[in-house]
Design a protein around this ligand. Structure first.
Ligand SMILES: [Zn+2]
Length: 300
């Protein structure tokens, strides 16, 4: 359903619990409805515990997610983890503090400590609806962190693996993998029909590793997931991972070719971004093409 509007203000980045789907028995996603700065949020229920994956942006969204999680969890204990530290994924964690056990990987915790306040300030400049969503946001520390590549959670009759990979979209990207059900929550390592999000904001944040990101997507595809819940966009299968990988591999080559012919980043953006956009007519958020080009232009 769409309503006619002359308003250019983007829709408020509000989580809508009525958009929740059960994608497998006891595995729920509060879908993003393709609203910018709303993530897909997972709630995975075992016999003993329920795990929430991402919170939405700001305490009001976090509260909505917590309420849904409590309803689904009943008497079970609650856990919270994040796909990465970015505001729309994790800046609702404060309402879970003391109610759920909050567990990140150590690199994600470090990202949050180093960059969280900076991102909070940056996002507040993104317009009144984003600033309103972030009103009252307080960054909180996790209760537990794990070092190394993965940790396994037993929710009671349901195993969940948290896996991390080193720098890709962020320093502490983490996927949530349900090996029995072959369901993968992938965070912003992959969006669906949305131009991949390159958080290239030098000098404050220039931490992206495109080569490792491609490697990670290949490794994740080899898990042969039956269901992929992307950070943003519609739920699907492994084709979501492959589409992002193909975009990145292709874009890196084309930017390198333009650099080899002596062009600077501004010229490449002007030449290449419209072409890339036209090649993906059904993808949204084309502004991210420019960020990706500027990132790749620094590599050559
Ligand atoms: Zn992100």
């Amino acid at each position: 359903m769409s309503e006619p509007s002359t308003n250019t203000e983007p829709p408020a980045p509000n989580v809508d619990p009525s958009a929740m789907k059960e994608i497998a028995s006891g595995v729920f996603v509060i879908t993003d409805r393709r609203i910018p700065l709303v993530p897909n949020i997972g709630i995975i229920v075992g016999k003993d515990a329920a795990l929430v994956v991402d919170t939405g942006m700001g305490p009001a969204n976090g509260k909505k997610v917590l309420e849904v999680a409590r309803r689904l969890a009943g008497h079970r204990r609650l856990l919270l983890t994040l796909t990465h530290f970015h505001p729309e994924h994790g800046f609702g964690a404060q309402v879970f503090k003391g109610v759920a056990t909050i567990q990140y990987n150590s690199a994600q915790r470090d990202d949050l400590r180093a960059k969280g306040e900076g991102y909070l300030g940056m996002f507040k400049t993104f317009g009144p609806t984003v600033a309103a969503a972030l009103e009252g946001t307080r960054l909180v520390e996790p209760d537990e962190v794990y070092d190394g590549a993965s940790t396994t959670l037993d929710l009671g009759g349901r195993t969940v693996e948290l896996r991390t990979f080193g720098l890709a979209h962020t320093g502490g990207d983490q996927v949530v993998w349900l090996p029995q059900e072959r369901i993968l929550f992938v965070g912003d390592l992959a969006e669906e029909r949305i131009f991949p999000i390159f958080p290239w904001f030098p000098p404050s944040d220039a931490d992206i590793d495109g080569a490792n990101w491609v490697q990670v997507l290949n490794d994740l595809a080899r898990l042969d997931p039956a269901i992929v819940a992307p950070g943003h966009g519609d739920i699907g299968g492994v084709e979501i991972l492959n589409a992002v990988r193909d975009y990145m591999v292709d874009l890196e080559k084309r930017v390198a070719a333009e650099r080899a012919s002596g062009k600077g980043a501004d010229v490449i953006v002007a030449d290449l971004a419209p072409k890339i956009r036209a090649e993906h007519p059904d993808w949204s958020a084309p502004g991210w093409i420019d960020f990706a080009i500027r990132y790749y232009a620094t590599l050559t």
